[in-house]
Write a protein that binds this ligand. Structure first.
Ligand code: THU
Length: 146
């Protein structure tokens, strides 16, 4: 395993399962406008994986990213506890700014695994440390006591 892997956060079997799920989800991406296909696989605390792909739209702005598709699927099934997400895209998927914020809402310390189209891990990150440091969140809302 390469030095960029954040070892200890996931077993090798969990990492492999998550990467495979992200690649499979990428296969059903609906991206006729950008041709940039993305698959995401979100690992819940109980071991369930929620997948998502990007779903584009002719209005462009209505496009939903793969990561948010996965989050919305999980949360709408009553699941809000997440350990890791694998994101697969041509040269390695990494969440956009909007997706980072949405993931942060539920899992500030989420492990994010960037995977290329061949299933190779190109980077691993901790959301709050590496991708969204000094994040704004629920704690910053006056009077909100989560
Ligand atoms: N996309 C994702 O699905 N996830 C990201 O984090 C980055 C961007 C999608 C949105 C759009 O369908 C395509 O990639 C090009 O932006």
């Amino acid at each position: 395993m390469s030095e960029y892997l954040k070892t200890g956060l996931l077993t090798d079997a969990e990492r492999t399962r998550l990467i495979d799920a992200a690649l499979r989800s990428r296969e059903v991406a609906y991206a006729p406008y950008s041709n940039y296909r993305v698959g995401a696989a979100l690992l819940a605390g109980d071991g369930t994986i929620y997948t998502g792909c990007n779903v584009e739209n002719a209005t462009y702005g209505a496009t939903v990213c793969a990561e948010r598709t996965a989050v919305v699927k999980a949360v709408s099934e009553g699941v809000r506890d997440f350990r890791a997400v694998a994101v697969a895209a041509e040269h390695g998927g990494i969440p956009c700014g909007i997706c980072r914020q949405v993931l942060y809402e539920f899992a500030p310390d989420l492990l994010v695994i960037a995977v290329d189209a061949g299933g190779r891990v190109v980077g691993e990150y901790t959301l709050s440390e590496d991708l969204l440091p000094n994040a704004w969140g629920a704690k910053d809302l006056d009077g909100f006591d989560a």
